[in-house]
Design a protein around this ligand. Structure first.
Ligand SMILES: [Fe+2]
Length: 326
């Protein structure tokens, strides 16, 4: 387990960036995508002044090594610890390309990462946020892989979005038990592709008759779109929850153990909901930059505030990119 230290009289701030999708052919000087990315990241880092930056996947198109070096240099320029989970597009060209990508990032002296047990995929590991000798927050970073083949309800071979492997669910249990034994009572899962429970959350929380795709940013922060019991929700989903098509039961494990109170995912670029569902804040990180596809009003990052009692607040930091797209 990696350990980072929180000052006793000060909150520890985690800034999550997601789906930056850097690419080799956008590194030229006049590139709008590059300008938006660099200015967005710089603005949000300067505004938040985080103690840790997390990237929740799709850092680059697989094999775009110049872009990966560029992103690494950008992250290193802040001199703040940073880490990541891999997205499906990071996996797109297989383990060899992903390992080379990891090697480039690992040259950064502020980069925190380990592949973790090989049978679980790439990048399954834990970071403990400590105050003195107590772990106040455990960050459990897990690989959701690439698309996974499966047999659909018609008995045909199909290819759905990724999910956690069964042995990762067992590994997660072991990490939670270990953290609990060490006195840690609050954990956060960081993944790229959302778990199935994100579907239950949005369908349970949203009032009948509300079309999520037509909810503005302003209205997504008003309680009147949410049912009773979900009034602390904010944000909205403009696209479907793109998770594996079969519920693997992972969320039952999460709620049974009762340690994880926050899950943060990326993948669905125009979703930014945060819904407390069965005691767990199922959260989409706010998309960073215009890579792949975006909505300009949904640009920035997401801040997790860690106090002595674990995570006490989650908020999106919106960055207006209008001037940089001209
Ligand atoms: Fe993405």
């Amino acid at each position: 387990m990696f350990k980072l230290y929180k000052k006793k009289d000060k909150d520890f701030l985690i800034l999550n960036l997601t789906d930056v999708h850097t690419e080799d052919n956008e590194l030229y000087e006049d590139s709008v995508k590059k300008r938006v990315l660099v200015n967005t990241v710089t603005e949000v880092v300067n505004r938040v002044r985080p103690d840790l930056i997390t990237l929740s996947g799709d850092q680059a198109w697989a094999g775009h090594f110049k872009a990966i070096e560029f992103l690494s240099e950008l992250m290193e320029s802040f001199n703040i610890p940073w880490t990541l989970v891999w997205g499906n597009h990071d996996h797109d060209r297989g383990d060899e390309v992903l390992d080379k990508t990891a090697e480039i990032f690992m040259r950064g002296r502020n980069f925190i990462y380990e592949h973790g047990p090989v049978e679980l995929g790439k990048g399954n590991f834990v970071i403990g946020i400590c105050e003195d000798d107590k772990i106040v927050e455990g960050l459990i970073l897990m690989d959701t892989h690439n698309r996974i083949p499966f047999i659909n309800k018609d008995g045909k071979e199909d290819c759905g979005w990724g999910k956690l492997y069964a042995n990762q669910i067992q590994w997660y249990k072991e990490q939670v038990c270990n953290l609990t034994d060490l006195g840690c009572k609050d954990t956060t899962i960081i993944i790229h592709q959302p778990i199935y429970a994100y579907r239950y959350a949005i369908s349970s929380a949203l009032k009948e008759g509300i079309n999520p795709k037509s909810v503005s940013v302003e209205n997504s922060y008003k309680g009147d779109i949410w049912k009773d019991g979900y009034k602390d929700s904010f944000g909205i989903n403009h696209e479907d929850v793109c998770c594996h098509l079969v519920d693997d039961g992972f969320f039952d494990t999460v709620t049974e153990l009762g340690s994880t109170k926050t899950v943060i995912a990326g993948h669905d670029h125009v979703n930014y909901s945060c819904i407390p569902y069965k005691g767990v804040r199922l959260t989409y990180g706010l998309k960073t930059g215009m890579g792949a596809y975006w909505r300009p009003e949904l640009n920035g990052g997401t801040v997790l505030t860690v106090s002595s009692d674990g995570i006490t607040d989650i908020r999106h930091e919106f960055v207006d990119a209008t001037d940089w797209t001209k």
